[in-house]
Design a protein around this ligand. Structure first.
Ligand code: NDP
Length: 388
């Protein structure tokens, strides 16, 4: 279909996962900075009404529904000028069709991997909120960014904090990265009670408002485990120079210690618009969409080490990072299935870690896997986790 919308010289943004939690924060940033950013493509899985509403509000010329059907009922609410397509291939090439300058990947799962690789190879900058993508295909993503001379802009709040703190410092100046974690819904629950907690309790995050899967991952700290692996790929540092501390207030989003033992931290209220704006407008700073910190009020910032008995998933993620090869992909896939099964009340909360461990010990780890091998291990890990 011919594009009827007028093109401009603003930064052209494609948003994958536009109907989700990160997607809606990104739309706030796009709305506030409409003089600098324009939304040229959006994608969702199957939520056609919400995607159509976004296309109407932002006059988006290109849209994709990955699993939506080609029924007229899905298409009728979209603006006539929006080129609406369906399926994973349409998702993969969306950024090229939309001639994007930057793609924000805010989909869940690994559906964003091929679109991300395609964009990077074409030299399009990638703002990455989705951590599963680097956990599954980190080596491929980093290589594609190098080949395409595209920038990887970390949008996960912790990695964006690290990215801001490192700034223009050379890699050799960085001693270690310290990722902060809220500790999730059960950070103060007696250990003995963890085996009987419910999905509803696990979804009560103490500081952040996020999608369901990531909220459960915060309670197990599998999320921080995924972030350790993500940090390894984004900042090219080995496991022993990546640390995690519990910081219940979620104000310090992460810290960088340099070789002279100075530590820099990034602080802001717990809201994703800060990191998203930093990436979409990078390297420029402009007024924020959300009020910042009020340091005139009493504020206590607390840090403590995570208890390995409370958070076994964190140790498993570290082991997967050390094992390398397909192990991080297995960790991620088994975790996704275990979380689904916990949400369906098929397994207790404490069995999430057992299920991941079970999968990690059953899949052979081999170095430098191809994309096909990674997807095959992901599939096998899911099969094993379903049977656990
Ligand atoms: P949500 O579940 O709120 O939203 C997921 C989005 O992805 C929806 O728009 C969904 O579409 C879309 N989607 C899912 N599968 C596909 C697919 N195959 N093709 C196209 N679109 C798809 O998730 P969040 O926004 O919470 O999280 C998104 C990512 O960001 C995750 O990787 C998460 O770990 C990460 N992240 C999230 C944070 C947060 O605060 N929420 C913080 C930091 C990182 P539909 O509506 O149709 O289902």
């Amino acid at each position: 279909m011919r594009c009827l919308f007028v093109s401009t010289d603003k930064r052209r943004v494609v948003l994958l996962g536009a109907t989700g939690s990160i997607g809606s924060s990104a739309l706030k940033v796009l709305r506030m900075h409409a003089d600098k950013l324009t939304l040229v493509g959006v994608a969702a899985n199957r939520n056609a009404p919400a995607l159509a509403e976004i296309c109407q509000a932002f006059q988006v010329p290109h849209a994709v529904l990955s699993e939506g059907t080609e029924e007229k009922s899905a298409a009728k609410d979209f603006p006539v000028a929006t080129d609406l397509r369906y399926g994973p291939e349409a998702l993969r090439d969306l950024a090229l069709r939309a001639q994007a300058d930057c793609v924000l990947v805010a989909t869940t799962g690994t559906a964003g991997l091929l679109p991300a690789l395609t964009s990077l190879e074409a030299g399009i900058d990638l703002a990455l909120a989705n951590k599963e993508l680097l956990v599954l295909g980190g080596a491929h993503v980093v290589a594609a960014a190098k080949r395409g001379k595209a920038r990887l802009l970390p949008t996960d709040s912790e990695h964006n904090a690290l990215f801001q703190c490192i700034g223009a410092e050379p890699h050799r100046s960085v001693q270690r990265l310290i990722l902060t974690a809220s500790g999730g819904a059960f950070r103060d629950t007696p250990l003995a009670a963890l085996s009987t907690v419910t999905p509803e309790q696990a979804l009560q995050h103490p500081t952040w408002s996020m999608g369901a899967k990531i909220t459960i991952d915060s309670a197990t700290m599998a999320n921080k485990g995924l972030e350790l692996i993500e940090a390894h790929w984004l900042f090219d540092l080995p496991d022993e120079r990546l640390e995690v501390v519990i910081h219940p207030q979620s104000i310090v989003h992460s810290m960088v210690e340099f070789i002279d033992h100075s530590t820099l931290a990034q602080l802001s209220p717990p809201c994703m618009t800060f990191a998203i704006q930093n990436c979409l407008l990078y390297p420029d700073r402009h007024p924020g969409t959300t009020p910042g910190m009020d340091f005139t009020q009493k504020l206590a910032l607390e840090f403590r080490p995570p208890d390995p008995r409370r958070y076994p998933c964190l140790g498993l993620a570290r082991s997967a990072l050390q094992m390398g090869g397909v192990a991080p992909a297995v960790f991620n896939a088994a975790n996704e299935i275990a979380v689904e099964r916990f949400m369906r009340r098929e397994i207790p909360f404490t069995a999430i870690a057992n299920c991941i461990e079970h999968a990690l010990t059953r899949i052979p780890v081999f170095p430098t896997p191809s994309l096909e091998e990674l997807f095959a291990s992901d599939k096998e890990a899911r099969r094993i986790a379903r049977l656990y």
